[in-house]
Design a protein. Structure first.
Length: 117
């Protein structure tokens, strides 16, 4: 009996396919950013960079240095705001700022007054 074998994708190939979908990219990056883990966000940007042709291809498209792109979007990178904006613009995204639900680690000041006798 002959069985059909489906071709299995590697994780990188699977992510590469998913990262072609603009809606998935938006949700993926927002989820990583919302986690508060900058390393995970940068790794997600690195995955996007690989899916869009790698550091060399992105350097050609953005005018940024290949090493700058590669280092910036590794988990330990520290991209400048300009590099991040240039990269995101090239992949069809933009930076935005929104109100946080509540600032992390801050408590509302007590409005109770101390009364002394």
């Amino acid at each position: 009996m002959a069985t059909k074998h489906k071709e299995l994708l590697s994780y990188d190939d699977f992510m590469g396919e998913l990262l072609q979908d603009p809606k998935f990219v938006e949700e993926y990056l927002n989820e990583k950013l919302a986690s508060g883990d900058l390393e995970q966000f940068l790794l997600a940007l690195g995955n996007l960079m690989k899916a869009r042709g790698g550091a060399t291809e992105m350097a050609k498209k953005t005018g940024l240095g290949r090493q700058t792109i590669y280092k910036s979007f590794s988990g330990k990178g520290n991209p400048t705001l300009n590099s991040l904006q240039t990269f995101l613009t090239e992949v069809g995204l933009r930076l935005s700022v929104e109100s946080a639900k509540k600032p992390p680690g801050k408590k509302k000041p007590s409005r109770r007054k101390t009364v002394t006798a």
